[in-house]
Write a protein that binds this ligand. Structure first.
Ligand SMILES: *[C@@H]1O[C@H](CO)[C@@H](O)[C@H](O)[C@H]1NC(C)=O
Ligand SMILES: *[C@@H]1O[C@H](CO)[C@@H](O)[C@H](O)[C@H]1NC(C)=O
Ligand SMILES: *[C@@H]1O[C@H](CO)[C@@H](O)[C@H](O)[C@H]1NC(C)=O
Length: 322
């Protein structure tokens, strides 16, 4: 756990510098020499280059993002360090779904390789923060949150996919993803199992989704946690539930799929028993759509904050019941 925390802290510091570097001119305030030691690559995909990325990798500070279009919404996706290749997190899939659904600048943030960090040509990279959406899985969710704090919550949207729990449970909101980090913050909790889950148990955003309770097994993840730990190591045991948040998000982008309609309730058992008195509530507050369309809840975010939204899913893509 010490190792985890040390790595986590290092990664948080360095990647914040990185993200801020790309986000805007004001970022200069946050530059630090330590950034030079960090290997991060920002890969840009657009409808003009949906397959071959354009990357910011030049240590001299110049990138080649000729396809970057400042008038479009810019989406970032990043994983946590604990979701390495081989555990099934394909960042390609979310990129492809986004580009099918809309005309976006999509950045895959890759810190598994790359060159020295750079100061990218700020005049080119300046973004309209209102049009920035950062999606982070696991530790990546908190990195997104800390980035949002650095911009005083002015970033348009942050989505946390099973925000990391170990090292973050019980911490003050200044140290983890929280509602004030962006104009709209949504989170999907899929491995919030007390003590052993990799996801955080507490709410993280304006709207917090707990599919299948969020703290049990996700359907299709037929894993005996204890046995798996012995047989295959911790990663294999936790991967399925922890990564499911990402799978749900990917499935939610295609509007032809059924919707993940979730209902506000005090707990999952009451939800299953239909005990939630949603009739008494404004329909917009009683229900929220998990995933990409959670943004529809933004106008009601002051009323949804602090509540939990529940739904059940099927065992496989496209997961939702509509
Ligand atoms: C920059 O990207 C454009 C478009 O993909 C390409 O034609 C050009 O050769 C690239 N320039 C450099 C210096 O890599
Ligand atoms: C950038 O996006 C806007 C809005 O979709 C579009 O009108 C414009 O033509 C795009 N610019 C380039 C250079 O593709
Ligand atoms: C939500 O609350 C904030 C802070 O109190 C306030 O500034 C904002 O206008 C509210 N938004 C809505 C839609 O009520």
């Amino acid at each position: 756990m010490n190792n985890y925390n040390t790595k986590t802290t290092m990664l948080l510091k360095l990647s914040i510098v990185t993200l801020i570097g790309i986000l805007g001119t004001e970022a200069f305030l946050f530059w630090s020499p330590s950034a030079q030691q960090f290997n991060t690559k920002f890969n840009l995909y657009t409808r003009r280059n949906p397959v071959l990325e354009q990357s910011i990798i030049h240590p001299d500070g110049k990138g080649n993002l000729t396809n970057f279009n400042n008038s479009l919404v810019t989406k970032f996706v990043m994983h946590g360090w604990d979701a390495p290749q081989g555990l099934g997190l394909s960042l390609e899939s979310i990129k492809n779904e986004w580009l099918n659904a809309g005309d976006y600048n999509v950045f895959i943030v890759d810190w598994s390789q790359g060159n020295r960090l750079l100061s990218y040509d700020q005049s080119k990279s300046r973004l309209d923060l209102n049009k920035v959406h950062i999606v982070g899985h696991s530790l990546g969710a908190h990195i997104a949150g800390l980035t949002g704090k650095a911009f005083n919550g002015r970033i348009g949207r942050i989505t946390g996919l099973d925000p990391a729990g170990p090292g973050f449970n019980g911490k003050p909101s200044t140290e983890k993803l929280s509602p004030s980090d962006a104009q709209f913050v949504d989170a999907i909790h899929t491995d919030a199992v007390p003590l052993i889950g990799l996801g955080i148990a507490e709410n993280s955003g304006h709207v917090d989704f707990y599919p299948n309770g969020g703290n049990l097994h996700q359907p299709g993840c037929y894993i005996n946690r204890i046995t798996e730990v012995v047989d295959n190591g911790l990663s294999a045991a936790v991967a399925c539930n922890h990564l499911r948040a990402y799978d749900y998000y990917v499935a939610s982008i295609n509007t032809n799929n059924p919707k993940g309609v979730a209902t506000q309730c005090s707990n999952f058992v009451s939800y299953l028993a239909n005990w939630c008195n949603v009739d008494a509530m404004d329909n917009n507050v009683a229900h929220a759509i998990m995933g990409e369309q959670a943004i529809l809840s933004k106008p009601y975010a002051n009323s949804t904050i602090g509540h939990k939204y529940y739904l059940t899913t099927t065992i496989s893509y496209p997961y939702f019941r509509g």
